[in-house]
Design a protein around this ligand. Structure first.
Ligand SMILES: [Zn+2]
Length: 185
């Protein structure tokens, strides 16, 4: 989506690195828009990242991190694709290693349902920051619509489509509802 999540993540990584601190970046295996293991923003910033899938154990990842310098922060893009167990692992790292974990993602899928990772984050995260974007009508866009190749909203389907030609757009709740109702007719 166009709220600048990846830009914000990469800016945070830059701020840490500028102070000589080390960070670990993660992105979902499912997101192959820009090739595996890279977080890239729409304004041209990019950074290598470790790819996670549902089998990744974040505590093991941190234990395996080798550096002379102290690891200062974990940054996770596409955090909606975390499992609840993985969000718990990140929380454990925060609590037991004093290691901040900044997770960037979207709240709901194209049908307005919470993703598993987002649900767990909403339940236990210490802090939330809303990155705002606007709908075509100017209202705050809080919802996601899935569009087919002709740009028409799709009402049904799997929560995550891999390798398809659909794309996503950010809409306000009112326009999300109208588009979903049109798509169901
Ligand atoms: Zn709208």
């Amino acid at each position: 989506m166009n709220a600048g999540k990846s830009t914000s993540l990469l800016q945070s990584a830059h701020n840490y690195r500028e102070q000589g601190m080390e960070v670990m970046l993660f992105t979902a295996a499912i997101d192959d828009r820009f090739g595996k293991g890279v977080i890239k923003s729409r304004i041209g910033l990019s950074s290598d990242a470790i790819v996670f899938d549902h089998t990744t154990n974040f505590i093991e990842q941190v234990d395996a991190y080798k550096s002379d310098n102290k690891l200062s922060c974990l940054l996770v893009d596409e955090a909606q694709f975390l499992t609840a167990a993985q969000v718990n692992q990140l929380a454990e790292l925060v609590d037991t290693r004093n290691l901040p974990a900044l997770c960037y993602g979207i709240r709901t899928d194209f049908q307005g349902e919470l993703f598993e990772g987002s649900a767990r984050l909403l339940a236990i995260a210490d802090k939330f920051v809303e990155l705002k974007t606007v709908c075509t009508c100017g209202r705050k866009a809080t919802m996601t619509v899935r569009l087919d190749e002709q740009g028409r909203a799709i009402a049904a389907g799997e929560q995550v489509e891999i390798g398809g030609n659909e794309r996503y757009d950010s809409k306000c709740r009112r326009h999300h509802r109208e588009l979903m109702q049109q798509a169901q007719q």
